[in-house]
Design a protein around this ligand. Structure first.
Ligand SMILES: C[S@@+](CC[C@H](N)C(=O)[O-])C[C@H]1O[C@@H](n2cnc3c(N)ncnc32)[C@H](O)[C@@H]1O
Length: 457
């Protein structure tokens, strides 16, 4: 049944304010539950909640809160005001990137009461006034504090930029704000309208490759990452996971009820950062990490199983088997084939090849778990029809939660510009998997990505 929506703009804004109030109280209650006070935005140190896995309840509250705030502002402010703000948002990542490369957060961590911009300028070799301009753009976005005129200090947000904060958020910030993503947007319109790049989902025809083509490079994103890029993409994925509370998948999927020696293949595992958490919590599972040979070599040497939890390797609970998942099938006969953030990197043709390679080695009882964003179309009718396991925005919040769920759509956009691919809807996955003789079983909503189960048809 369609939800009641207040008919006037004024009534809608007031209803949104009600949702916002409730969401704020729910978020505060999550701090209370942990016996913790809500930190002030000026708090200069990390708060215990900052590094913890946010509960699904907390994520739900923040989603409504962000959605309602954004929608109230967009409703009441003049459209030109809001649109000009949007068009200038791109400056923020540029400032974040410069601040990370100049190591500002790490330098300021030695000065809890703040450091004068002249001293910071000497340390970073950036002109003091220009550095002040950069810092103030971030301060207005609640990242860093100006404690007295021209004296800057860290706060909880800026501390995420420190490479020493342990959860690798700095790596994902550097990746997302960095040169590769900037290049991918630089020629977006040209790539979209180019007769060779525009009409296809071929992985070598992304807007990123359009830009890199001007430098004489051709290939796919992963060929580029494995040959040309020095920083660790796998570490950035760890940071993304931490920032998005992705490990709620440990609490949502019934891993604990699986019998001893249940076999799990983590396909496209990266450095194994998810599997290692699964193995820590559910030591009865036998997990095989599979990724490209270069990635597996790194994972063996410096990935979380080797560095953070060597007993998983020593006890044979986590093993490594390199592969190219388009050229060969994964290890056969596994109980679970788990794929996190894989299909969104590839168009339908590659995805179907991968699905068929998996299907070929599935046995009765095997299941495949796809862990990806599910990008629903945002019209009310499509939202109304979505699977009952997926949460619906309380009206009059925009269907799809507006800014509260913007990451699904920024990731969709990111997949377009980087990989010439996209996030799919549940219906897209059901159709694609059916073509590989796989049938849908169920979906778990992790308040951001979703876990979708398929078995042999
Ligand atoms: C977006 S990352 C996801 C990593 C990990 N599953 C996670 O969620 O953190 C995609 C992964 O797919 C791997 N990959 C890309 N092409 C591959 C191929 N042809 N065969 C096997 N793995 C591949 C990449 O090396 C990378 O680790």
């Amino acid at each position: 049944m369609a939800a009641h929506i207040p008919s006037t703009g004024k009534a809608q804004v007031r209803a949104l304010l009600g949702l916002l109030n409730t969401a704020v109280e729910e978020a505060i209650a999550e701090y209370d539950k942990q016996g913790l006070d809500v930190p002030s935005i000026d708090h200069g140190y990390a708060h215990p909640m900052d590094g913890r896995l946010p509960s699904l309840k907390f994520k739900h509250a923040i989603r409504t809160l962000e959605g309602a705030c954004g929608q109230i502002c967009a409703t009441l402010a003049q459209p030109s005001h809001t649109m000009v703000n949007y068009s200038m948002n791109a400056f923020v990542p540029a400032a974040i990137n410069a601040a990370i490369r100049a190591d500002i957060a790490e330098r300021l961590s030695k000065h809890p009461n703040g450091l004068h911009v002249n001293d910071l300028a000497k340390e970073t070799s950036i002109h003091p006034q220009k550095l002040g301009t950069l810092m103030r753009l971030l301060v207005t976005n609640h990242c860093f504090r100006e404690v007295s005129s021209n004296v800057f200090a860290n706060n909880r947000l800026s501390l995420t930029m420190s490479p020493n904060n342990g959860n690798k958020v700095c790596d994902i910030l550097e990746l997302k704000s960095g040169e590769m993503h900037r290049k991918a947007t630089m020629w977006l319109y040209e790539a979209l309208t180019d007769p060779d790049f525009g009409p296809t989902y071929n992985a070598t025809r992304s807007p990123l490759m359009y830009a890199l083509g001007k430098e004489g490079y051709s290939g796919t994103l992963y060929e580029y990452l494995n040959t040309q890029v020095s920083y660790s993409f796998a570490n950035a994925m760890v940071g993304y996971r931490s920032a998005t509370g992705h490990l709620n998948l440990l609490n949502v999927f019934p891993w604990g009820t699986l019998p001893p020696s249940t076999s799990v293949c983590d396909l496209g595992s990266g450095n194994g950062n998810i599997s290692i958490e699964i193995s820590k919590h559910f030591p009865q599972l036998k997990i095989t990490l599979q990724d490209l040979p270069e990635t597996i070599r790194e994972a063996r040497k410096a990935g979380p199983p080797s560095t953070e939890y060597p007993e998983a390797i020593n006890e044979g609970r986590v093993t490594f088997t390199p592969l190219d998942f388009f050229k060969e099938s994964p290890v056969p006969g596994q109980d679970i084939y788990y794929l996190s953030q894989i299909f969104h990197n590839w168009g339908d043709e590659h995805s179907l090849t991968l699905l068929k390679n998996i299907r070929r080695v599935m046995v009765p009882g095997s299941r495949m778990l796809i862990d990806d964003y599910l990008a629903v179309h945002l019209d009310p009718a499509s939202i109304e029809k979505q699977h009952t396991s997926m949460s619906r925005a309380p009206r009059p919040l925009s269907p799809g939660f507006g800014q509260g769920q913007s990451r699904t759509y920024t990731q969709d956009f990111c997949m377009l510009i980087m990989c010439n691919a996209r996030e799919r809807s549940l219906e897209d996955f059901i159709e694609l998997c059916a073509a590989a003789d796989l049938k849908f079983v169920r979906v778990w909503d992790l308040a951001e990505t979703c876990l979708t189960e398929f078995i042999a048809a």
